[in-house]
Ligand binder design. Structure first.
Ligand SMILES: [Ca+2]
Length: 421
């Protein structure tokens, strides 16, 4: 079974003594609530009120999921989402550089957007990797992409919806927020998302190769192996106010947290604001990191001093004096229910169609399985497990629509599955 690193959690089947339903109304620090129960999480851009989180309940011992194929015939899809104000369609990111729109299961003949990227198919980790709509997209039409340019550079850039056609975008770059030369084709991160603080978070990989050859993960003067936090509404260098290393010599003002290897997919719990980072491991351990919504940044998640909770390069650990250990990790093999070569982060379910799934973090592995766990009150509740009932495929990503329902993206076969009651 997966090793659970939370305090009070063993790897047996007994939930921690302090788990189970909770009805207390205060002190929910992990949920961004202060002691008075007042939302302290700043502007809520997620479209859902950050009200009282539901009671903590242990994850079920078994979880059967039903899925419905909602789009098929895709090439190399790596993300799906909805845009604010567009409940009618899905936006699908194709790794080859196109953003497609699907309406009622049918992909529109013309892409919403396209860009030239470096991408050779197969297991190439480059291409168009991420998409985030501005929280006020419905009004301002602004959106952002993360892509690997033909030159190999890793970029985040802003584009805009066409003024005359909501199903098309202008292909002219509005702004370039991030542009970093790369030294290898792999480990490019690629996920971007707005927090409810209104800032754009950008997950970068360690640059690639193997074993963090550039030692970027713990280098606070390098943007690779980081979670960056950008202010897209201000002026200047995009470093968001309050970033933990701002103004410090030899440290980048754009860094929010560090010690990541390849945070390919991560998300915010739209109810609590907690951030779930699935960080792809080296040869042995895949990990899930959780940053509570109340965080002020600066967390070190360990890479490349550690791989998961395990020593990787002990000589480098001095660069991570306060290692924030993963809440869960699983091995590449021999792990039982949870194992696989490359974790794919998903979402905490906050939809309404499947009440029993509330608060459950759904994630998976590129090799096909769908996993689940519940993190609440600072601990894993019950045990992580493998869901049954989901067709196999290469799990490249997950997605969440405006109603909080969750989708599974299969890169092969190229399709989108929706988790349904
Ligand atoms: Ca790279």
């Amino acid at each position: 079974l997966v090793l659970l690193m939370a305090a009070g959690c063993g790897d047996d089947a007994t939930p921690p003594a302090d788990s189970g339903p909770r009805r207390d109304t205060g002190g929910r620090d992990a949920a961004g609530m202060d002691a008075d129960g007042v939302d302290s999480g700043g502007t809520d851009s997620g479209g859902v009120d950050a009200g009282e989180p539901p009671a903590c309940e242990p994850a079920p011992a078994d979880l059967a999921l039903n899925t419905m194929e909602v789009v098929s015939g895709l090439a190399d899809p790596v993300y799906v989402t909805q845009a604010p104000g567009r409940n009618d369609v899905l936006f699908i990111v194709e790794q080859n550089g196109e953003i497609l729109i699907a309406r009622d299961g049918t992909v529109l003949p013309e892409p919403f957007f396209s860009i030239d990227v470096a991408f050779d198919g197969g297991n190439d980790e480059r291409g168009l990797l991420g998409l985030a709509f501005h929280p006020d997209y419905d009004a301002n039409g602004r959106f952002f992409i993360y892509y690997i340019a033909p030159s190999g550079d890793n970029r985040v850039a802003e584009y805009a919806r066409s003024a005359g056609d909501e199903d098309r975008a202008n292909m002219t770059e509005v702004a370039r927020l991030y542009d970093e030369e790369d030294f290898a084709g792999n480990h490019n991160g690629g996920m971007i998302a707005f927090g409810r603080d209104g800032y754009l978070y950008v997950g970068t990989g360690d640059g690639g190769g193997g074993g963090d050859p550039g030692m970027t993960g713990l280098d606070l003067n390098h943007p690779f192996g980081k979670m960056l936090r950008l202010d897209v509404d201000g002026s200047g260098n995009y470093a968001a106010p309050g970033n933990p290393f701002m103004g410090m010599a030899g440290r980048l003002a754009t860094i929010w947290s560090y010690g990541l290897r390849n945070p390919w997919r991560w998300s915010f719990d739209r109810l609590t604001g907690d951030m779930y980072i699935a960080d792809v491991g080296q040869d042995e351990w895949e990990e899930v990191d959780v940053q509570p919504a109340a965080s002020t940044g600066g967390e070190c998640y360990g890479w490349s001093g550690w791989e998961g909770t395990h020593d990787f390069a002990p000589a480098r650990q001095a660069g991570c004096p306060e290692h924030v250990e993963p809440i869960a990790e699983y091995p590449h093999s021999g792990g039982g229910e949870l194992e696989g070569p490359s974790i794919t982060g998903g979402y905490v379910y906050r939809g309404s169609a499947i009440p029993s799934l509330q608060g459950t973090y759904i994630f998976g592995d590129i090799s096909g399985p769908i996993y689940y766990l519940r993190w609440c009150d600072g601990a894993i509740q019950g045990e992580a497990g493998r869901a049954s009932g989901v067709p196999m495929g290469q799990v490249s990503s997950f997605g969440e629509d405006n109603a909080g329902e969750i989708y599974i993206v299969h890169r092969n076969p190229g399709r989108i599955l929706k988790i349904v009651p």
